[in-house]
Design a protein around this ligand. Structure first.
Ligand code: GRF
Length: 220
């Protein structure tokens, strides 16, 4: 079944959420963002959700004694809007096994690196430090392995002479926006599945992640 209802999890500015909202409003995405959840009350992305008329919720982990309690509350909160797909877009919290089991193969994450390179944080600085000629972003299924789930799609950008983490991140941001939009569009138009640590699209197993082209679409 193709995805119709999407819930987006955020922690900060929500520029990727905004890209999704704009793509929905522009008619490109055959899906509806039904709910936005932030684990931080001060996330600017919450304002973007409200301005777009999307129900927004705050679930701060500081309000919970232990990780498992937060995870159970998150499962319940996500479930209230019955999404087909949960998109982690700048969501900076590691989720426990209960959440991963509940939304197995229905939860995807945007990560700012060319996975499997540079899992974790501070990826732009680490890419420069490693002397990488290319950097980029990945959309992957969320599994128990941190930033280690099967990769669906990527966007690549060159690392330029004189780049620092700031300039590289600034060039990557609009490409991340395009990647998250194209990936959610893919889920809306095709059946994207995850099994045996691999991705298949309309029944065909991917051998490599899809690659976003300059026009914001996947090259075939
Ligand atoms: C993005 O760079 C994303 O890759 C990273 O956090 C940032 C989120 O930005 N994980 P925003 O909140 O969507 O503006």
């Amino acid at each position: 079944m193709n995805v119709r209802r999407v819930t987006v999890l955020i922690s900060g500015g929500g520029s990727n959420l905004q890209a999704l909202i704009d793509a929905c409003n522009g008619g490109r995405l055959p899906v509806r963002i039904v709910h936005v959840i932030s684990n931080r009350a001060d996330a600017a992305g919450l304002v973007r959700a409200s301005s777009a008329g999307i129900p927004a919720s705050i679930l701060e982990h500081a309000d919970f004694q232990e990780r498992g309690e937060f995870d159970r509350a998150l499962i319940e909160l996500i479930s209230t809007h019955a999404p087909d797909l949960v998109v982690l877009a700048g969501f900076m919290r590691i989720l426990g096994p209960a959440v991963l089991d509940r939304f197995n193969c229905r939860m995807i994450n945007l990560h700012p690196s060319l996975l499997p390179r540079h899992r974790g944080t501070d990826t732009c600085r680490r890419a420069i430090q490693a002397g990488d000629a290319e950097h980029g972003a990945s959309m992957h299924f969320v599994t128990a392995e941190l930033d280690g789930g099967p990769v669906i799609a990527q966007v690549r950008i060159p690392v330029m002479e004189g780049d620092d983490a700031h300039s590289l991140m600034a060039r990557l941001a609009p490409r991340e926006h395009a990647l998250v939009v194209a990936t959610v569009e893919l889920f809306g138009r095709c059946s994207v599945q995850c099994a045996d640590n691999a991705v298949s699209i309309d029944g065909k197993r991917l051998t490599n992640p899809l690659l976003l082209n300059a026009n914001g679409h996947f090259s075939v």
